[in-house]
Design a binder for this molecule. Structure first.
Ligand code: SAM
Length: 291
């Protein structure tokens, strides 16, 4: 019986580098960089070896599957995929840091709910730790893909299609949301407000992202009005800008938005703070717990 990493690695190479001759050099560079990231993290955090190995497996699996899927769909030799999706060594490194930081915040005891889970990265990684996990996501194709990854990794995880705005969310000790966003709805704010009202959920970790799509959805926090909120949301989109100064302004806007969120939770008597994941573009985490 092969372990997942052995299934991904064959003859000492991962399948990612075997996908296409045309992009062999790029994929080899990405893989070498990923290996270096893993080794550096293992040196710095020896006690987190299993999280580090699990993230490595998941990223390799997703990278390979996404590459094959898009190449087939677009009759691409891989170059378009790498360019359009900005897939690079830095991309994988950023993903790695985000996932490491989020997992560090999620207590290892108790169940986990991954909200707006996409393909269920956090649900899958928490399940790989042995935790009972549920992921909820609006888009059925994301859930299908997440189930495929879980099956490839040989783990049990409950990934469900669902709308987090409707009905009760499945019960869990720890709620996590990574980059929740939607057009016209301030999704992180909806999640914070729901968590605040559910006593059985002990912690919430929400990694936020730019809010331009939700600029008209003012959550009504005190100390700011709808116009100012809209402005901050617009500017927060600059976190993707190629201009360094604009990126900086985008980050400042995101910091302000997140400060209002934390302020709201603290007003309810809850413990909340913003933590930053260095080396990432959208790495603000709102970390909350019930005192
Ligand atoms: C930027 S993606 C992040 C996905 C995933 N958490 C990740 O980090 O890879 C935002 C996700 O929120 C989902 N979403 C948007 N509105 C939702 C809703 N009302 N209920 C559940 N999921 C929703 C989208 O379908 C999308 O997959």
């Amino acid at each position: 019986m092969f372990s997942p990493i052995e299934r991904i690695k064959e003859n000492g190479r991962t399948k990612l580098s075997d996908v296409s001759e045309n992009i062999r050099e790029t994929t080899e560079n990405i893989l070498n960089s990923l290996e270096r990231t893993v080794n550096e993290l293992l040196d710095r955090h020896p006690k987190r070896e299993s999280d580090i190995r699990n993230i490595q497996q998941l990223l390799l699996l997703k990278g390979e599957r996404d590459l094959r899927y898009w190449m087939k769909k677009r009759q691409d030799n891989g170059e378009k995929f790498l360019k359009e999706f900005s897939i690079s060594a830095e991309f994988f490194q950023r993903k790695f840091f985000e996932l490491m930081a989020l997992l560090e915040e999620v207590p290892q005891d108790g169940s986990v709910l991954d909200i707006a889970c996409g393909t269920g990265d956090i649900a899958i990684l928490a399940a790989m730790r042995g935790q009972k996990t549920i992921g909820i996501e609006l888009n059925p194709s994301q859930i299908r893909m997440g189930k495929f990854y879980a099956q490839k990794l040989g783990i049990e995880v409950d990934l469900r299609v669902g709308n987090l705005l409707e009905g009760d969310l499945p019960a869990a000790d720890h709620w996590v949301a990574k980059h929740p966003c939607a057009k016209g709805i301030a999704l992180p704010d909806e999640i914070l407000k729901r968590w605040e009202s559910v006593d059985s959920a002990h912690t919430l970790t929400c990694m936020t992202c730019c809010q331009g799509k939700a600029q008209d959805s003012f959550p009504g926090y005190s100390g700011i009005d709808a116009n100012e909120w809209k402005h901050l949301c617009r500017v927060s989109d600059w976190t993707n800008n190629s201009d360094e100064m604009k990126r900086f302004d985008g980050q400042v806007a995101m910091d302000k938005i997140d400060a209002f969120r934390v302020g709201f939770l603290r007003e309810q008597g809850l413990s909340a703070e913003v933590k930053k994941v260095e080396g990432t573009i959208k790495g603000n985490m709102i970390c909350c717990s019930r005192r």
